[in-house]
Design a binder for this molecule. Structure first.
Ligand code: ADP
Ligand code: ZN
Length: 613
């Protein structure tokens, strides 16, 4: 299918995929998008983090005449992006404020001479007339606008620069534009289209499923200890990201992991910018480091072998949770998204919402985001089904999340809910008092703590009526009532208060189904029945494992020598396949996914030598 206005052939795209990138087949959605843009069409692309957006503009830029201009706000990562492309034999360059005059002049000259395939630009450059004039002097094959949600997010740092990008279309009406984002809500989608004048562009919405990520959500007991157990049992020596809500807990967790033999680095906005940049560079360049960070970390980090993303605190929205967990497993290998959450998280986030700026409508929106997140945590259904439903997409039971692997029992918690709600009600009615979950549970369990005695709560009718459940089980009841909207928290101390629907339970008009607290964390059994791949360690035989380690050591040395991240040389997935199949010739090696022509020429013999050693 040749497109009318262009002599591009579909086979060109596939050939570039094979030869340059060394991949056998397109991922879902890629081919259609690439054909459309390569044929000169405008596109708005919604694809999840790790879905493979870059190829959607890189391949069209390679098959169309001229230079593809990529607008990306992530200046700190441009060097790595360009290095990764150069390693593939793609002629790439960037222009941003980190370069000196001479470096800039050189890239500009290459652009004008048509000696580049791709040019990365920071959005603020395009607000200067001199940059516009520079672009006029070369031939542009397409504009790719990465992280396009920046134009839609109110208060986003890069927003003013992104808003100015609508001018591209006016100045170069014939150059196709492709805007890409992993942010999926309808509102954002519509706003990107209108702000960037992309209403008539074709909209591509890929599946948001990331099948190789195993989603798990556990009640939070001793979070650091739970995390350490997870890392020791399932991810020894793996690279991963641990998200914490506060700078303080970032520091503490990083120290704790380091003291326990896990190499971990902190990252948060309070750190000196040089330390932050150095930690980020180490995480990208070295194998097996754990980054403990606030959500300030991660946008644009396209390290392919992040094997786990752990959240020690509840994310504020499913949207955020999905972006953050999406940073795991870009290479398609099995990865874990693990979240520990507890009652205290709910209290803390509610307080943050109550005290945040903005009007009531804004607070209500934030509250609704949190409620959806809570509902995901407490669901007895497949997590993936719930996640994809949030993005308006359907899915079957996935077989690769904790609720699928260890289906939680549900139980009729109506009576327990009534006991708890009536304790809250009595305190409020009889004593005009409000208390947090701890005190309510102590009353239900009949514990004579100093605080119980001080407030004379022993004399309440409900004192000691809840001994059939343990303390942790009562906490589970509170969390689930919060998630179901039958209870809410307010104020600085997280006091529990009834909601409009609590009365239905108290009046026996509503049954409350609850999820039983698991005795211990579900086993990480990975199902292969649904075609998902086995655990990374399991898909290498005992003979292949040391070979893989040798290849990794060779890669680490080469990466260091060239000053590039290890994955720029080869991804783990590629090294694993090499170790498993141990090719004996360059021709055999070229068949492995991730080995393109340039890397074959550059590293092929070294790989064969390493295998033969
Ligand atoms: P996104 O920008 O959508 O988060 P990337 O473009 O960084 O995702 O792609 C994620 C990873 O998947 C990258 O490491 C990329 O090399 C790899 N990848 C993309 N497309 C393919 C493909 N068709 N086959 C194999 N690997 C792919
Ligand atoms: Zn599932």
């Amino acid at each position: 299918m040749a497109s009318p206005e262009n002599d591009f052939e579909v086979s060109d795209a596939t050939r570039v995929l094979n030869r340059v990138f060394g991949y056998d087949s397109f991922r879902e959605g890629q081919q259609e998008i690439i054909e459309h843009v390569a044929g000169g069409g405008d596109a708005l692309v919604l694809m999840p983090t790790g879905g493979g957006k870059s190829l959607c503009y890189q391949i069209p830029a390679l098959v169309r005449p001229g230079v593809g201009v990529v607008i990306s706000p992530l200046i700190a990562l441009m060097q790595d992006q360009v290095d990764a492309l150069r390693a593939l034999g793609v002629r790439a360059g960037f222009l941003n404020s980190t370069q000196d005059h001479d470096e800039r002049r050189m890239v500009e000259a290459e652009f004008v001479a048509g000696e580049l395939d791709l040019l990365y630009l920071a959005p603020e450059r395009l607000r200067s007339e001199s940059a516009m004039r520079l672009l006029d002097r070369g031939k542009i094959s397409l504009f790719a606008i990465d992280e396009a949600h920046c134009v839609a997010q109110w208060g986003h740092d890069f927003r003013p620069d992104y808003l100015a990008l609508s001018a591209l279309h006016e100045r170069w009406p014939d150059v196709p534009r492709i805007a890409l984002t992993a942010t999926a809500t309808e509102a954002t989608h519509a706003e990107i289209a209108s702000r960037l004048n992309l209403e008539t562009a074709r909209h591509f919405v890929a599946s948001f499923d990331r099948p190789n990520i195993q989603y798990r959500i556990a009640p939070k007991n001793e979070p650091k200890r739970q995390l350490l157990d997870l890392l020791r049992a399932e991810h020894p020596g793996d690279a991963g990201i641990v998200y914490c809500l506060s700078r303080n807990s970032v520091e503490k967790t990083a120290t704790f992991l380091t003291e326990n033999g896990v190499q971990a680095l902190p990252y948060h906005a309070g750190l000196d910018s040089q330390v932050r940049a150095a930690n980020q560079a180490r995480f990208l360049r070295e194998d097996g480091l754990v980054m403990v960070a606030t959500i300030a970390f991660g946008m644009g980090i396209d390290k392919p072998d992040v094997r786990f993303v752990a959240h020690l605190d509840l994310p504020k929205s499913i949207e955020g949770y999905y972006q953050e967990t999406g940073r795991a497993g870009r290479d398609g290998l099995p990865s874990t998204a693990w979240l520990a959450y507890g009652l205290q998280d709910v209290v803390q986030l509610r307080r943050m919402i109550d005290t945040s700026e903005g009007d009531d409508a804004h607070h209500r929106r934030l509250g609704a985001h949190l409620d959806s997140m809570l509902a995901l945590c407490e669901t007895v259904e497949c997590r993936r089904v719930r996640l994809l439903a949030y993005f308006g997409q359907g899915s079957d039971q996935c077989g690769n999340c904790d609720t699928c692997l260890t289906p939680p029992e549900s139980w009729d918690g109506t009576i327990a809910a009534q006991k708890l709600l009536s304790t809250v009600l009595r305190l409020d009615r009889e004593r005009r008092q409000k208390f947090g979950a701890g005190q309510i549970i102590d009353i239900l369990l009949g514990k004579k703590t100093p605080k119980v005695t001080q407030h004379d709560h022993e004399s309440l009718k409900v004192f000691g009526i809840g001994t059939e459940l343990r303390d942790t089980e009562w906490r589970g009841v509170v969390r689930q009532l919060l998630a179901q909207g039958l209870l809410t928290v307010e104020g600085d101390y997280g006091t529990l208060v009834l909601t409009g629907t609590s009365a239905e339970v108290l009046r026996q008009e509503r049954q409350v189904l609850l999820r039983r607290e698991p005795e211990r964390a579900p086993r990480a059994a990975r199902s292969t029945s649904s075609g998902r791949r086995a655990a990374p360690a399991a898909d290498l035989s005992e003979e292949a494992m040391p070979v893989f380690e040798r290849l990794r050591a060779w890669r680490a040395a080469s990466a260091k020598e060239q000053g590039v991240p290890a994955y720029v040389i080869f991804h783990d997935a590629t090294l694993r396949q090499i170790a498993a199949e141990s090719p004996t010739s360059l021709d055999e090696l070229s068949k492995i996914s991730g080995v393109g022509e340039n890397k074959l020429a550059k590293y092929g013999q070294q790989i064969l030598d390493t295998l033969a050693a």
